[in-house]
Ligand binder design. Structure first.
Ligand code: 4NP
Length: 149
């Protein structure tokens, strides 16, 4: 399975989601592929935010080598599951889908932990809370592993 994690800047939430999901995949010895990108190019080419790097490192996950990348149409066709951090990301991704089959791949990440509640992963860029964000993403990613492995 190929999973794409998507947020706005691809420096806070989705790099963390990529790192957490990759750690779980390693732990469960799965051969899935995970990448992340952003719906904006505000931070194109930049490494993750220090808050995300630090919270990941405190759990033994190294995300320092990731670089922010803009979501393009080709990504949507290449991945099986495209996971949005919030409703704004979700709508932005849908706007880039050409085909109905691609729209079906797009889900809100937190719906794996809290089905149909459409909970967002809050954006820590302005107000912090990287520890809360870490725990939320871990909870949802663990459910994805349970459901799909
Ligand atoms: P992210 O957080 O979408 O979780 O990477 C943000 C990063 C940067 C900005 C907004 C959100 N920004 O406006 O620059």
């Amino acid at each position: 399975m190929k999973i794409l994690m998507v947020c706005l800047g691809n420096i806070c939430r989705s790099p963390l989601a990529e790192g957490i999901m990759k750690a779980l995949i390693d732990e469960h010895r799965l051969d899935w592929i995970v990448e992340s990108c952003g719906t904006s190019s505000f931070h194109n080419g930049e490494p993750p935010h220090k808050g995300s790097i630090d919270i990941a490192a405190s759990h033994g996950i190294d995300i320092r080598n990731q670089r922010s990348e803009l979501l393009i149409k080709e990504h949507i066709q290449q991945f099986d599951l495209i996971l949005a951090m919030d409703a704004s990301n979700y709508n932005d991704i849908l706007r880039k889908c050409t085909f109905e089959k691609d729209r079906k791949k797009v889900k809100l990440l937190m719906n794996y932990a809290y089905p149909n509640e459409n909970r967002p992963v809050p954006d820590p860029y302005y107000v912090g809370g990287f520890d809360i964000v870490y725990n939320m993403i871990l909870e949802a990613c663990s459910k994805i592993i349970e459901e799909h492995r």
